[in-house]
Design a protein around this ligand. Sequence first.
Ligand code: NDP
Length: 293
Amino acid sequence: MTAKILDGAALAQELRAGFKLRAEALAAQGTRPGLAVVLVGEDPASQVYVRNKVNACAQAGFHSEKIVLPVETTAADLLERIAALNADPAIHGILVQLPLPKHIDADAVLEAIAPEKDVDGFHAENLGALTQGKPRFIPCTPHGVMKLLEKGDVSLKGQEAVVIGRSNIVGKPMALLLLAAGATVTVCHSQTRDLAFHTRRADILVAAVGRPRFVTGDMIKPGAVVIDVGINRVPEDQPDAGKLCGDVDFASAREVASAITPVPGGVGPMTIAMLLANTLLAAERVAAARTGA
Ligand code: NDP
């Protein structure tokens, strides 16, 4: 069996065209969706992510601001910037690119973002609302995965879903969304005993580990749907060293799975599309509140 490709790049493009139309309609009523992206330091991968996010905003007709701060920025300075963005009516969404330098407490920074502008959905209030099944903003990466599953007509009710990874950014919200959609969910992590035992039971397997080509074909149930969240560089000892790869060994996995996301071109573009979706939603809420709609 060769798996069907779940094409995140194509779906993201389709969605972004729709967001552009919604943004134009909103702008015509006097509200242009605005996103502020804050980057502290010069991490090369973060610089690429921030650039892609800002470009996506421009293409969709959003207002965007890129705020780049030196690595030695203090927590107090960063909090002051966030307070200013919280108060700025041109900004509907605020994203602080992670990871932050070690001397800054990332949790405190995320908590300082006004929950109604927290388009990443990482504020405790928003994660709490998600847990209760009443999300204000769904975190972008797991939201993108759900859209890909929907587009691929993957049924979730009663299915065994296994998520590898339990981060607040990907693994945990992913598990909550799959649970809400009716799947039976297992969350695996670095202390899981016999990982392959769990992964081989999965009808839907989501890998969010951060280890290149970690999940191999022999760990996958024949016919499973495999979602690869990972973005890694191929290690030096492999022939295609330095290229982008996922957490799944695509070559062996696609021979076993029924559907799979590629890296690049799978979950990554969907994350950006869902960031635009959340920013648009935030702006639409502000506009609706103003008109009393
Ligand atoms: P984290 O490092 O925060 O979390 C990784 C998780 O994997 C942890 O829960 C960890 O377990 C678990 N893990 C690590 N090693 C093993 C192992 N040997 N066996 C089982 N579980 C293991 O990463 P993120 O969740 O932030 O990101 C995961 C991946 O997704 C990365 O490659 C990242 O680059 C990518 N990513 C991609 C995005 C996209 O848009 N496509 C967006 C965000 C992230 P423990 O908790 O026990 O340490």
